[in-house]
Design a protein around this ligand. Structure first.
Ligand code: PMP
Length: 411
């Protein structure tokens, strides 16, 4: 089934090379944005002729659009095995989802210092509580327990999988700990959801966020799924049409979630795209997916580590699990130059920089690194191509440096 699902857009993309000619693109940047699955493209194409205003019109196209939009919540809820009191709110992306939740949390949030900025700044900008992760998962959990017990907290916000190293924390255990300390747990699943099946019901996760564009659906839509009570009690995230039951010159009677936090005309195509991706991923055997990915990720790690001067990064010495994301450095080469070389000479796309996780990069003692991330379209031939390209560069020596030409540096 993995092979059947590997039909992602961009598979045949020709990329010009500096040495002349073109080569098909080898995408090692799934963690930034994953190309759309064929099932997603199909569903959008079928819906496109019917897009019309949702919840507002009695016309045929409006009814189709409304049905698709509401059915999309069902696909997401089924994909995540959401509990009955958990609602699906459509947002723009994970960042939006986490900012929305931050506006609803009735108390302090505890967060680790290894997070993507999207799961860090929405909490810390309100003066909330940061725990410095230790070198082992076991000790990090002990520090989290100490922080949660020392002073009441409403929420523990953790990443499902690190966007830098791919490492996965034991989420069920963290959910238990948060609950024992009287807090709830949010999981930033931007990187976990594309790689692992998550059951909210079984894991005890209260809130979860992810982005469509990392889950094989295009940009512009994301979800926040979570327990209704906080969402219903909070002020609407945006004020406007669709978020209300009734308005008079005296005030507004706000609608309950999810409509309460979805003011304005919603992104129907974005929601339908996410739903199509969820349905497609739900059809894959999770064990098969994990095994397929582990095989490729191990091949990548082993191949890179065998090259002199290449080091892969990790946060914890005892992390039990990781998804297909490998961050690495090449001694003597600036990460930006390695990324530019891989693109220019080999048509390989990787991410370089600080991965929107500046505190984590600082902990690792780095200004920048490289990140290769794999997904459903990745093959073992792609892995070998990347490993061979890095080995070729190292063999040439550090005098080979490519300047970045995209004007970006170290985001
Ligand atoms: N959390 C994690 C772990 C991520 O990797 C990312 C994207 N790199 C985000 C949050 C933010 O996602 P978005 O930009 O789609 O809001």
């Amino acid at each position: 089934t993995c092979a059947a699902l590997a039909r992602v857009s961009g598979d045949e993309l020709p990329v010009p090379l500096v040495q002349g000619g073109t080569r098909t693109y080898a995408n090692f940047d799934y963690a930034a944005s994953a190309p759309a699955l064929a099932q997603v493209t199909d569903r959008i194409q079928r819906l496109l002729p019917y897009y019309a205003s949702v919840h507002r019109g009695a016309g045929y196209a409006s009814r189709i659009s409304t049905e698709c939009y509401e059915a999309a919540r069902g696909s997401v809820a089924r994909f995540l095995d959401a509990a009955d009191d958990q609602v699906v709110v459509f947002t723009r992306n994970t960042t939006d989802s986490l900012n929305l939740l931050a506006s609803c949390v009735p108390g302090d949030t505890v967060v680790l210092d290894i997070e993507h900025h999207a799961n860090f700044l929405p909490w810390t900008r309100h003066g909330r509580r940061v725990v410095r992760a230790a070198d082992t998962v076991a000790e990090t959990i002990r520090l989290l327990v100490a922080e949660l017990c020392s002073k009441p907290a409403a929420l523990l916000a953790v990443t499902g999988a690190s966007n830098v190293t791919g490492e996965v924390l034991p989420l069920e255990r963290l959910a238990d700990i948060a609950h024992q300390c009287g807090a709830r747990i949010l999981v930033d699943a931007a990187q976990l959801a594309p790689h692992r099946r998550i059951s909210l019901r079984e894991s005890g996760i209260d809130y979860l966020a992810f982005s469509g564009h990392k889950l094989y659906a295009p940009f512009g839509s994301g979800v926040l799924v979570g327990r209704r009570d906080w969402l219903d009690r909070a002020e609407p995230y945006l004020a406007g049409g669709g978020a209300v039951r009734a308005v008079s010159t005296e005030g507004a009677e706000w609608a309950p979630a999810p409509q309460r936090h979805e003011a304005g005309s919603p992104n129907v195509l974005g929601a339908a795209a996410i739903a199509a991706a969820c349905d497609a991923l739900a059809a894959i055997d999770p064990d098969e997916l994990a095994a397929h990915e582990r095989l490729l990720a191990d091949r990548l790690r082993d191949g890179l580590c065998a090259i002199p001067g290449v080091e892969t990064l990790r946060i914890w010495s005892d992390s039990p699990d990781s998804v297909g994301i490998v961050a690495f450095t090449v001694a003597g080469f600036a990460p930006g130059h390695v990324a530019a070389y891989l693109s220019a000479e080999h048509a390989i796309g990787v991410r370089d920089g600080r991965f929107c996780a500046h505190p984590l990069l600082a902990r690792l003692g780095l200004d920048a690194a490289l990140r290769a991330s794999i997904g459903l379209g990745t093959t073992s031939a792609d892995i070998d191509r990347l490993v061979d390209a890095v080995a070729t560069l190292v063999h040439r020596g550090p005098s080979w440096n490519y300047a970045r030409t995209d004007g970006l540096w170290n985001p």
